[in-house]
Design a protein around this ligand. Structure first.
Ligand code: SUG
Length: 442
């Protein structure tokens, strides 16, 4: 039996609001605010606990270390790691912000995942996203690749590729622009790859805001993963310009069900017809629920950035941010889905710390559908149990600050605090020597 496991990114101790992502309205709006890394991580852990409580398998991906002193050293800063951080802050605070982001928490951007029933060799394929469109995120893929190779190490079940080349033609944002329609997770599916522009054939209607995913990248991903059934859809430039910097801000799919905003794709009628036809040989007809609320409400409420999950007892549930409850048009859409029986339940969670940087429930997780055998081959330290969640909660409570600004990050003493937290986390997850600083001779 194949089940889907959500691997949530644990929020790191450097979580802060630096306004780094152009085109991401929440990130820009919260630039310079004081963040609360402890609350952010606890909100994320509460979400993991809620899914576990629904009887769903749940995994975690550890945070990246920051400030990234290795990058600063490569840029010519010298001295101890503490000296380097202080010098970078003095030289260019924006540089320090870019090497200190906790953005790896949004694991929907960690990789694109093609599960075994879709691929030619019957393995689960991962391509870590190069995230080349945003300077702070383009620093993630190296450590992400190493983490995925440790967590999904068994090559008889998993193939973890290198990221696509670090070239603007190959802009790739991972699973946030990748959907999979299937009758059940264990059956072959139609992989729907979404892009914002063709890098090599620019169009006059390309959006003003960054269209992060290129057509060239998604074609490469489908080729690499040797996906049997794939379709390629273009995001509506109007959606990107309204703040849908990833498709998962305006669309969510689970098994045969696709919920999306009327402006997510250019021609929704043609899109539905194309997907319906492509699913025919797979023996099922997809169910669509298109919403026409104002696009601004969809972006502010993150209603489509929900997790749509199949419950063990049958039926589907939605995991939504409280912002959806506070947006009448979005709440009405969810209530209609409940009334129509499209979904069986809706859970609203407080994820405000992440939401203020544009990261909702769906951004915080990487979905991996796996057979029981494959699941047993995953590094057991990252599979959540009630006890492990409690252990992580203790680390966060003991080591994370409840107030953080860029000034604090520029203080050399903060670096050793972060490293203490990450040492405790890597041992709680049984992943020793995960970070470079743990591998350097003392
Ligand atoms: O890439 N925000 C992230 C949010 C990613 C959300 N992911 C998905 N939609 N799947 C981004 O824009 C903001 C960081 C800052 O401004 O400090 C940031 O990187």
């Amino acid at each position: 039996m194949v089940r889907e496991t959500n691997f949530d990114g644990l929020v790191g101790p450097t979580h802060n609001y630096a306004g780094l992502s152009r085109g991401n309205i929440a990130s820009a709006a919260h630039k310079g605010r004081v963040s609360n890394p402890r609350a952010a991580a606890l909100q994320g852990l509460a979400k993991m606990e809620r899914l576990l409580g629904l009887g769903l398998p749940q995994g975690v991906i550890p945070p990246h270390d920051g400030p990234r002193t290795g990058v600063l050293r490569a840029l010519g800063f010298t001295g101890t790691d503490g000296d380097i951080v202080a010098a970078a802050y003095k030289a260019n605070p924006a540089l320090l912000a870019n090497v200190s982001s906790a953005s790896s928490m949004w694991t929907a951007n960690a990789a694109t995942v093609s599960p075994a029933p879709d691929t030619a060799d019957g393995r689960v394929h991962f391509t870590p996203a190069n995230l080349i469109s945003m300077p702070h995120r383009a620093l993630e893929h190296g450590l992400t690749t190493r983490m995925l190779r440790r967590i999904f190490a068994d090559e008889s079940h998993f193939a973890v590729h290198d990221a696509l080349p670090m070239n603007p033609m190959m802009g790739d944002e991972g699973a946030a622009n990748h959907n999979r329609l299937c009758r059940r997770h264990g059956e072959p599916g139609l992989e729907v790859f979404v892009h914002g522009r063709a890098a090599l054939n620019p169009s006059r209607d390309d959006p003003r805001f960054p269209a992060r995913q290129t057509l060239e990248s998604v074609q490469a991903l489908a080729r690499r993963h040797a996906v049997s059934h794939a379709r390629f859809l273009r995001q509506n430039p109007a959606a990107i310009d309204a703040g849908a910097f990833h498709n998962d801000v305006v669309c969510v799919v689970n098994e045969d069900t696709m919920l999306y905003h009327a402006l997510a794709f250019e021609n929704p009628d043609a899109m539905e017809a194309e997907l319906r036809k492509a699913c025919e040989p797979l023996g099922f007809a997809p169910r669509f629920a298109r919403a026409d609320m104002p696009i601004g409400d969809a972006v502010a409420s993150y209603v489509f950035n929900s997790q749509l999950v199949s419950l063990p007892e049958g039926g589907m549930a939605m995991i939504l941010p409280t912002e959806t409850q506070e947006t009448p048009s979005a709440k009405a859409y969810v209530d209609r889905l409940l009334a129509d029986g499209m979904i069986g339940d809706a859970h609203y969670l407080d994820l405000r710390q992440s939401m203020s940087n544009g990261g909702g429930p769906a951004c915080l997780r990487l979905r991996v559908a796996m057979s029981e055998d494959a699941m047993n081959a995953v590094h057991p330290g990252v599979i959540m149990t009630k006890d492990r969640i409690d252990a992580l909660r203790r680390v966060v409570t003991d080591h994370y600050r409840d107030r953080l600004t860029l000034d604090d990050i520029g203080d050399a003493a903060f670096l050793s605090e972060v490293r203490g937290a990450l040492d405790a986390l890597s041992s709680a997850l049984d992943l020793p020597k995960l970070y470079d600083f743990q591998n350097e001779a003392a």
